[in-house]
Ligand binder design. Structure first.
Ligand SMILES: *Cc1c(COP(=O)(O)O)cnc(C)c1O
Length: 427
């Protein structure tokens, strides 16, 4: 065990004093907290429900759909994807007109990756890393196959499974590289790339960049324009609190928009969709990256969560996220490391997103025990990572303290042993 000088870390008064000083504490009340006893540490996978989303959806159903019917399209539905995209732009360092909401992250990745490869004829390589979200790799593999085999995917390995392979990327990105695509924040370790540095590396080689912001948007400050990033996609049901399966977003830097061609060129991306002409002409601006009619109810539900993030301010959110993550890591070192846990996230806060992964050989069963008997809801990522998501809009310091205390109890008292080693589908 660490020396007793660390004892204050588990002192409820210490954690509660940090909560009392927290200037963002009032935002917790903006969310539906159905069970105050539940410690929710999975906002990085599915954000909580904002109170206002519940009211808004009721209005969309009862009044807008129920009463306004088809007239709704002229009363805001038609522009909703762009309107919400403009707000997301304010969270990721982009301008209005550079972000739009559409489809899923995977589908947007497909559209932008194909568009990027077509914009770099004669180059064959997509470069990524093995920390990337598997769906992204599956999409790239599908694209390579679809485009007839002239392209290839190079997956650079992380040196330790935690940090991004900067040297490997520098070696892999060459004058045959069309596209460099990475998760800005890795879903397992929470490693966060220096977007400007990697983008500069890609640009020096003449390649385009496509960033997946799913674990960054609403969690860490992102400056797409400042980094001169070309393309990006991201998820809105995680830190943006948009609801299960909420449509995703995509970003195309303004000066690139006219030169990129959407491979799923549906009528929503047509220059004059309501002319119903028979020849496809891409719309000017980012609308050319849309495809078909958006899911209006799911789309509308995204906006209240984004408004809360904008009201709190990304800088304040980041400061709280770092403070809470450092507190959690101090607890891991003092309380959990002696029980066989190891930190599977970067120690350097500047290179870390807003979740913390801890590994333990019994991680799977410990996670089950937390969920089934301890009222703690984290998630598990194979082989041994328990992910503890910190969402500064609603996570409290005292929740972090209690979660660690319960983790300790589960391991010290071997409470996990009653659970099966067999793994269930959704973790
Ligand atoms: C969550 C996540 C996705 C999700 O993709 P869907 O198409 O919404 O299933 C994609 N990429 C990353 C990096 C993610 O974290």
């Amino acid at each position: 065990m660490k020396p007793t000088s660390n004892k204050y870390l588990l002192d409820p008064q210490y954690a509660q004093a940090l909560d009392a000083e927290d200037r963002l504490a009032r935002f917790r009340q903006e969310f539906v907290i159905d069970d105050p006893g539940l410690i929710y540490l999975d906002g990085n996978s599915l954000g909580r429900l904002p109170r206002r989303s519940r009211v808004l959806i009721q209005d969309y159903v009862d009044r807008q759909w129920g009463q306004r019917l088809i007239r709704g399209w002229g009363e805001g539905w038609l522009e909703l994807a762009q309107h919400i995209g403009d707000k997301i732009a304010g969270l990721v360092g982009a301008q209005p007109g550079e972000v739009v909401v559409a489809e899923s992250t995977s589908t947007n990745l497909f559209k932008l990756a194909v568009a990027a490869l077509k914009a770099r004829p004669g180059r064959s390589k997509i470069v990524t890393d093995d920390l990337n979200f598997p769906s992204d790799l599956y999409i790239f593999q599908g694209i390579v196959e679809l485009l007839g085999g002239g392209h290839r995917l190079e997956i650079v390995s992380s040196p330790d499974g935690i940090h991004g392979p900067l040297e490997g990327l520098a070696a892999a990105i060459d004058d045959d590289t069309a596209l460099v695509s990475l998760s800005h924040t890795a879903f397992k370790s929470a490693y966060t790339y220096d977007m400007a540095a990697v983008t500069a590396l890609a640009h020096r080689a003449g390649a385009l960049t496509l960033w997946d912001l799913s674990h960054s948007a609403g969690a860490v400050p992102v400056d797409l324009n400042g980094a001169n990033a070309d393309l990006a996609v991201g998820c809105s049901y995680k830190y943006l609190n948009g609801g299960p399966g909420a449509p995703a977003f995509l970003y195309v830097r303004r000066d690139l928009q006219a030169s990129l061609r959407n491979p799923i060129s549906g009528w929503y991306s047509q220059a004059a969709p309501f002319d119903f002409g028979l020849e496809y002409q891409p719309a000017a601006g980012l609308r050319r990256m849309l495809t078909g009619t958006p899911p209006v109810l799911a789309l509308a539900a995204i906006e209240p969560g984004i408004d809360l993030l904008l009201a709190a301010g990304m800088d304040h959110l980041r400061a709280k996220s770092v403070q809470q993550s450092e507190y959690l890591i101090a607890l891991v070192d003092a309380v959990l490391q002696p029980l066989g846990f190891q930190l599977n996230s970067p120690r350097d806060a500047a290179r870390r997103g807003s979740h913390i992964s801890i590994g333990h050989p019994e991680g799977w069963r410990i996670n089950r025990a937390l969920i089934e008997q301890q009222q703690v809801l984290p998630d598990f990522r194979a082989p041994d990572n328990i992910r503890l998501g910190i969402t500064p809009l609603y996570t409290t310091f005292d929740e972090i303290r209690q979660a660690v205390q319960r983790l300790r109890a589960v391991v010290e008292e071997r409470r996990y042993e009653q659970y099966s080693l067999e793994r269930s589908a959704v973790t």
